[in-house]
Write a protein that binds this ligand. Sequence first.
Ligand SMILES: C[S@@+](CC[C@H](N)C(=O)[O-])C[C@H]1O[C@@H](n2cnc3c(N)ncnc32)[C@H](O)[C@@H]1O
Length: 182
Amino acid sequence: MIILPLTLFIILFSMMVSIVWYTLKTGISPMVSSKKARDTMLSCVDLPINEPIIDIGSGWGTLVVAVAKKHPTQRVIGYELSWLPWCFSLLRKKCLGLTNLTLYRANAFDADINSAGVLFCYLFPEAMEKLYHKLVMECSHQIIVVSNNFALPHIQAHSTVTLNDFYRTPVYTYYYEKKANG
Ligand SMILES: C[S@@+](CC[C@H](N)C(=O)[O-])C[C@H]1O[C@@H](n2cnc3c(N)ncnc32)[C@H](O)[C@@H]1O
C-alpha cells in the first residue's frame, strides 16, 4: 500500500534535487522569460534569418518553442544543462512537431556560436561576462545578442527596451562585431 506513495515521493524528491543541483551548478534556476519579455526579445530581431538562433540556457523551452512556432523556417537551437527542464522542452518540441528546433542537453559555453546569427539569453552577471569572452574569442562575424534582464559587460547596447512590468525589466540588444585589430 505504501509502495505507490513512496515511489511518487522518491520521484518528486529526485526531480526537486535535480533542479536544485543544476541551479547551483549553472548559477541560475530555470525560471522562464515572461510573455512580455519573450515578445520584446522576438521583436528585437527581424526573423527569419539564414543563420540559426541559439538560446544560451533554454530552460523549459518557453522561448525557443515560441520562436520555432512563430517562424517555422527559422532554425532554432537550445542548450540546457538541467535534465528536467531539458526533458520537458524536448516533450514540447515532439508534441508540437517542431522540426526546426534542436535541443541539446549540453553546456552552452561549449556551443559553436560562430555559426549563429542571434543569441538569446536570460542568465546572470557572471555568465554574461563569460559570454562576452566567448564572443571575443570565437566570433568572427556580426552577431546579435538579445539579453533579458542582464547586460553584456564592456559593450554598449544598440538598444534597451524597458518592460512595463513590476521590475521594469530591461531587454538589451547588442550588435557584436569583432574589431579589425582583434
Ligand atoms: C533563467 S533560465 C532561462 C530559460 C529560457 N531561456 C527563457 O528565457 O525562458 C536560464 C537557464 O539557463 C540554464 N543554463 C545556465 N548556464 C548554462 C550553461 N552553461 N549551459 C546550458 N544551460 C545553462 C539554466 O539551467 C537555466 O535553465
